[in-house]
Write a protein that binds this ligand. Sequence first.
Ligand code: SF4
Length: 700
Amino acid sequence: MPVASLPAPPPVKAPGTATHCPYCALQCGMSVAATEEAGVRDVVIAPRAEIPAGAGGLCQKGWTAGELLTNGSRLTTPLIEGRPATWAEALDHVAARLRRISAEHGPDAVAVFGGGGLTNEKAYLLGKFARMALRTSQIDYNGRFCMSSAAAASIRAFGMDRGMPFPVTDLAGADTVLVAGGNVAETMPPFVRHLARMRERGGRLIVTDPRLTPTAKAADLHLQLAPGTDLALALGLLHIAVAEGYVDEDYVAARTTGFDAVAISVSAWWPERVERVTGVPVALLREAARLLGTAKRAMVLTGRGAEQHAKGTDTVSAFINLALALGLPGTEGSGYACVTGQGNGQGGREHGQKADQLPGYRKIDDPAARAHVASVWGMDPGDLPGPGRSAYELLDALGTPGGPRALLLFGSNPVVSAPGAGRIAERLAGLDLLVVADVVLSETAAKAHVVLPVTQWAEESGTTTNLEGRVLLRRRAVAPPSGVRSDLAVLSGLAERLGHPEGFPAEPRAVFDELRRASAGGPADYAGITYERIAAETGVFWPCPAEDHPGTPRPFLDRFAHPDGRARFIPVNHRPADEEADEEYPIHLTTGRVLAHYQSGAQTRRIASLVRAVPEAYVELHPDLAERLGLADGDRVRVTSRRGGAEVPARITGAIRSDTVFMPFHWAGRASANLLTNPALDPVSRMPEFKVCAVRVEKA
Ligand code: SF4
């Protein structure tokens, strides 16, 4: 879409085009100004104070994001089997191969994989392309690896998943905030400003994490639990809340169902037992429960540390049970929230790139949902495919008998980011056709038969939905390099070649207007959201069913989204990690992010200042463990699990438990943490167990 046809941004102090950061779900506001002097292009970034979530701040990644636009490693020509091709050649080739594979093996032989960083428009059109142009059920996305456990738990408790069902600025007014398994000080630093405001007012911060992260260091109380025991910890906190009389009985009676069964189920989780399982002293458990139970306004937040487990959905349910017992969700100034991670992690899970989902957060097996979406797409509901495989199951089936033989991949780098990454690389190698649309030659793109160079972030317009459910407008701020096309244009070009000259527009606004119609009446209803409103109101919260509707910052104040308006307590029980430490693999490995890098590192490992800040992967281990293993700081060590081995330097620090090592997951090759991680899946969300597995550590 030409820049001129977008609504004018609100006035900003910094020069440049008002848009948002390309990285995480905070979606900090930034202005982007491009200059060109003597043929040298430069991009200047400045924060936008009027966007509340970012609180006028940017982190190191945001400040340096302009380098993504001038980086020399940019792809600008389509590649077929490594040789440059024209766009017409590449799209003709892909369409012909897809047609042949589908004709020979059936439509499910073609799979599509998306990403939580894609704009709403891209996520929507990708889902439509898979179901309508390819007629395949085989579509899922990397957001399955991020927020899916919290999403599943929110749906079963509240009837709807709007990760953070209140503005992030509400945090400042809380008296106690519990962050379970989140390291916001490194993953989204401006978020800490809201917590700092809370603490300036005398509020208290509790953090659960196996590591003394920068977030845990800033907390009043750090519960340094063993990896994989978050569920036991949540059960123990609720046990204490019940025993100490912190339960809000009026709220429980008026707004929930199922409390009695949950109260009975946590009775077996007395504090001493929880201490034995988690390693967190009883006194700290009691203090955490007291801070939450006596606060006038309290919030319980979960991050990937609690969620990325084979029992992640039950773990989040346990934290939601705790929040419900204390009367927090749907109460102004209090609540439960998932701290979504990826840039469009919220919107990306709403509009149809998930295996079981249609736009508007509709379920694909719901006949009414199928009828509505099919009517918007102009097709027979009976022709819409049903649910497909979840992300890991899809990747693991590639090239196997009965599995997909072709994969179209947008906005994802699973060779680095999928659990058991070595096995996924083998699966990709077994495909008849791998097509990757990307900005740079990522590790996955390097394995593709066809690579399609696409526009990025500030070179295109579109909407994202930030972690608090606020729909935002990213504006095109700079011209893309010649030779690249947008993901929407790629889908449009392929759809045309597959017999759909209509229905796949390349202009973001046209796609968004169709998304509004497709989402109308669904849980994530965007019908009343327009580009003009987003610009005028600095974002609009969904659900927003009509243009004269104000949007819904706090959707649960009056009722929850279940038909009876009540939230559900869900009885859950603790169970060990899928893979516990044993004689052969005696140490827990947990993984996570560092401030300077983002996800698979495909972008941030190409930015000089971020590489200088953290140039390589490492393994963090406690001095006691290092001594036992005969390791010194900086030694190269081999970390081995049942799935593979990595070699990285040792970092010795007292900030981690002595039974656990930590590796950041942003690197590839022999430094890849995901060569080690365990793809055991949560039975509800199909989330892999990224956050705990058993390893051996030795000098390389
Ligand atoms: S990475 Fe996240 S926290 Fe950092 S500037 Fe971007 S949106 Fe803000």
